[in-house]
Design a protein around this ligand. Structure first.
Ligand code: G3P
Length: 213
């Protein structure tokens, strides 16, 4: 299972990359806007830290998205072009996959959308679990259904669990066999923590101080 950071903050990427556990980064227009930095510069800096950086196209039409996608892909070999799950987006994914450009289809909220994106040639699909939970639906239930379909259909497309809100989402995604989880920084830093580890570490350090050396 691969772990991505869901951020446009380069310092956060550099920090977690140092732990040796980070496989990629997903950005989106909202995350990029929050940082207030130049988009291309941010993407290129992130590409120095991880082998997979999703950069989202924002053009309102198919031709514009195709052009943006080709441009982003030309920036660095680590760039994966993120495309919205619309009918036009599917056309863009098909076009880019024909050019061997990797894509990540975002805003996936149903199994039918997941199947269409995979058939169009998406490298990755991103179902959003947290936003489904937010409206009283079952985000992880969607992942379960998608993974069932994937077992039968043998799609090469990787399933990336997005919009994660807490550590349990990551554990559940792993148990269901999802290929990737993207995680906000605030959730990622909770993953190594356990009270018993902290207490145990403190006691070992104290007792080591009592040892004759
Ligand atoms: O980057 C896509 C997704 O992970 C966004 O999550 O928290 O805005 O629902 P969120």
């Amino acid at each position: 299972m691969k772990l991505f950071l869901d951020t446009a903050n380069v310092a956060q990427v550099a920090e977690v990359a140092r732990w040796g556990v980070l496989d990629g980064v997903t950005t989106n227009p909202s995350l990029v806007a929050k940082e207030g930095k130049d988009f291309k510069a941010v993407v290129l800096e992130m590409c120095q830290h991880v082998p997979c950086v999703s950069a989202q196209v924002t053009a309102p039409d198919v031709e514009g998205m195709k052009r943006q996608g080709e441009e982003y892909a030309s920036w660095h070999k680590h760039v994966v072009v993120k495309v919205p799950m619309t009918v036009g987006g599917l056309e863009v994914v098909k076009y880019l996959s024909g050019k061997k450009i990797k894509t990540n289809v975002t805003l996936v909220f149903s199994v039918a959308q997941a199947i269409l994106a995979a058939k169009a040639g998406a490298t990755i699909i991103s179902p959003f679990v947290g936003r489904l939970d937010d409206i009283g639906e079952d985000g992880m239930g969607l992942i379960k259904e998608i993974m069932e379909v994937w077992q039968h259909s043998k799609f090469a497309t990787e399933v990336l669990v997005a919009s994660t809100r807490h550590p349990r989402h990551i554990v559940d995604a792993g148990k269901l066999g999802a290929h990737i989880c993207t995680i906000p920084y605030e959730v990622f830093v909770k993953l190594p923590k356990h009270t018993l580890t902290d207490n145990g570490y403190k006691k070992f350090q104290e007792d080591w101080g009592k040892v004759k050396k």
